[in-house]
Design a binder for this molecule. Structure first.
Ligand SMILES: O=C[C@H](O)COP(=O)(O)O
Length: 248
């Protein structure tokens, strides 16, 4: 039986004051959750996570990272910097990075490999657009996104990544994939993982992301291949985030 993982992706939201309110609110209501919990925050706030969350059940991490270890890459943040502030996770290949920053499958794969090499857990995002879904290309698209990563990280890394299926049309739209739709893709993704490393595929956590809320979280996470959530909007209010954590 796989454990559950609920990750808040704050995207480009927050301030020192708002973060403190949010994190303290989550800590107050957390109790002893069945799920593992993490927040992926804008890089400048990793220091604040370290200060507030150290020793708590909540892990933290970043939303993107450079594939380079150090050097003349203006504006970029590297793995060792994330680790300097105690990060455990880093999201790679979020559809907003792919769409607004032109990140290719190959670059996402490099980032996933660099994260693993540095000892961080990459949360690798895959997902299709509405156009791709309607054309019947969902599995081809997410399959190619996953294949690029598997090729870069190798079979032995299958159990060390977290995979997040985020249909682009469900992100921030209030339009959620039904549990059956999400499960269908998750099952197919796990099948691909099995083909790469059968034993490790059973332990890889597959998160769903896209308008997950307290009122749909339990049904989504009850699906056999949905092991948790990558939460955007609902991660910005302690009550909503806790509602999802406690539904896991
Ligand atoms: O990374 C999180 C996803 O993009 C989901 O965002 P959302 O929950 O606001 O739809």
């Amino acid at each position: 039986m796989r454990s559950k993982l609920v990750v808040g992706n704050w995207k480009m939201n927050g301030s020192r004051a708002a973060n403190a309110t949010l994190l303290n609110g989550i800590l107050e209501g957390l109790g002893q959750p069945r799920a593992a919990v993490a927040v992926c925050v804008p890089a400048p706030y990793l220091f604040q996570c370290e200060a507030l969350l150290q020793g708590s059940p909540i892990a933290w991490g970043a939303q993107d990272v450079s594939c380079h270890p150090v050097g003349a890459y203006t504006g970029e943040v590297c793995m060792s910097m994330l680790q300097d502030f105690g990060s455990r996770y880093v999201i790679v290949g979020h559809s907003e990075r792919r769409a607004y920053h032109g990140e290719s499958d190959a670059l996402v794969a490099k980032k996933a490999k660099a994260a693993l090499d540095a000892g961080l857990t990459p949360i690798v995002c895959v997902g299709e657009t509405l156009e791709q879904r309607e054309a019947g290309h969902t599995m081809a698209v997410v399959g190619a996104q996953l294949d690029a990563v598997l090729e870069a990280v190798g079979a032995e890394a299958v159990g060390k990544i977290v995979l997040a299926y985020e249909p682009v049309w469900a992100i921030g739209t209030g339009r959620t994939a039904t549990p059956a739709m999400a499960q269908e893709v998750h099952a197919a993704l796990r099948q691909k993982l099995r083909a790469c490393n059968a034993a490790a595929a059973e332990t890889t956590l597959l998160l769903y992301g896209g308008s997950m809320k307290p009122d749909n979280a339990a049904d989504l996470m009850a699906q056999p291949d949905i092991d948790g959530g990558l939460i955007g909007g609902a991660a910005l209010k302690a009550a909503d985030f806790l509602g999802i954590v406690h539904a896991a």
